[in-house]
Design a binder for this molecule. Sequence first.
Ligand code: PMV
Length: 320
Amino acid sequence: MESIASAPGKTILFGEHAVVYGEPAIAGAVNRRATVKIKKTNNDLSILKSKDLGFEAELDTKKKTYILKKGKPGIIRYILESLSKVHNHSPIEIDLSLDIPIGSGLGSSAAVTVATLAALYQYHGKKFNKKFLAKQAHQVELKVQGIASPLDTSISTFGGLVYLSRDKRIIKFKNLLNSSFVIGYTMKYGNTGKMVKSVKALKNKYPKILNPIIKTIGEITDEAKLAIVHNDKNRLAELMNLNQGLLDSIGVNTNELSRMIYISRKYGAIGSKLTGAGGGGSIIAFCPGKENQVFRILSKYDNAIKVNFSREGVLYRTNK
Ligand code: PMV
């Protein structure tokens, strides 16, 4: 018997940082996924392998330790923590495929966590629903990272393009914009905790300046919600550019991100902004009809992928 589960990555379109202070945000699941396959093994220890990440490790699920055979450890801690929630320590083989670049701000850790938990519940024949799964996955992220918003894990679980309201309700859009977006990223990872703290420090220093900026980001997100509902692409793009200006003003932009933003605009993006925490990480460019051009130019100097928003959240099944 083999249990299989997959879960999508995410990207934030509007409202990062302001969302920490209760403003709304717009984010969506993308058509890039983590897939986890679990089957019984006759070895003594459990094995985790991933061709895509080029790693293999032996796991001691009781002690939450591992022996790395090849590759980098990064994502293993999320898997060990997920195992400790569900698994009974019987030896299993876990095979991870990932078409989400790690450290690109596309929520690879949340996708891996959600897929691992779903595959494990499925493997053990335990009943679960998505709400429970999203909560468990958020707990895993908190345990590993210390700080994590529930946005990544809930989008990865439920899928769709969503508006996160001021009172923390998640409202799915019917319209998924029907265009590809280009994500450009550098290998310089952004540290979410550090960036959130730096915005907080600036806010404490200049509350009269920062508070209206944060409120305005919230207004931009609300305008963007209408632009999505009316499928008004030019308005959406303009609002992305406005949001970028304000993100720059609160100190989360970098030279590299700026460079990618201006190059993408020069080569056809009508809207582009950093996405996620900033301070490194990635940008998202909206370039209807010019996706290939923008993808090519961003790939030339840094890394880029094309993504679409996707309704599909976590999926799981068992192969007999
Ligand atoms: O870079 P990411 O995907 O971790 O996004 C962080 C978004 C913030 O608003 C900066 C923080 C948060 O927890 O919402």
